[in-house]
Design a protein around this ligand. Sequence first.
Ligand SMILES: [Zn+2]
Length: 308
Amino acid sequence: MKMTITLLAAASLSAQQSPPAQPGIHWTEEQLQQAVAPARAGQRLTPKSWPNDSRVAVCLSFDVDNESYLLARGETSPTTLSAADFGAQTGLPRILALLDRHQVPASFFIPAVSAILHPEMIPAIMKSGRHEIGVHGWIHESLPPLSRADEDRLLNRAIDYLTNAAGKKPVGYRAPAWAFSQHTVSLLRRAGFLYDSSLQAMDEPYELVSNGEQTGIVELAIDWTLTETPYLGRGGTMPSPELLYQLYKEEFEGAYEQHTMFVLTLHPHVTGHRAPMRHLDQLITYMKSKPGVWFATCEQIARYVKPQ
Ligand SMILES: [Zn+2]
């Protein structure tokens, strides 16, 4: 019996670890160039100085996913959905209260379905007049497997919904799960977005280049370490937010020394819990204690650095 279990475990382990297919080993130089061409880093856009001679630009951003990504997959478990509903019921109100107390702005990227299920969220975000609302898909759909027509339809539906709900057309985009398809950049150009915040090629603002063309779209890059879901979310690997916030603090200090930009991306259904909220409060307090920190929305930063 024990042997059987060990063998089964070994078999499932080897199934999990079987190496991925490697078509790239056969690609020509031209095919390699084509593979990377849809979304590339262009010119660096960190300005000579930030407004009021600030030393660094800080954008606190929140991806207000709540239940949307679960519903996209057809998840209907009330228990699972309730843990995501936490973002709307408890997380977002706590975050808005914290930002009010510190009087700092933030950018909120919202899947339209998230706002449909919780119609009180957008008015609550808009109330202070400091915050920005950006697009984060229709239902947090995964873009890479979609046809261009489906991606286009869902993008326009999301833009229309948020424009109506917020009374202002969003100018910023963050891809659901931060995952572009081959079509995303051309759809963003056609929709007239000022900036994107989904890619990760530099930790300072840059211009998005697509298939060799300058797009004029500002990229305000994010990073898998500058978010909390892999560490504190469901299946996360970190027992306490302490180490994570130490990393955020050091990333901020580096941006401060380099006079560039610090973008943090958090999720109300994860960060809205008590322990991470305490650390977020402390991080904002620390950043505010340094001279010359420009807290801004992603929109304000993008308008400031946009190439003429
Ligand atoms: Zn998301």
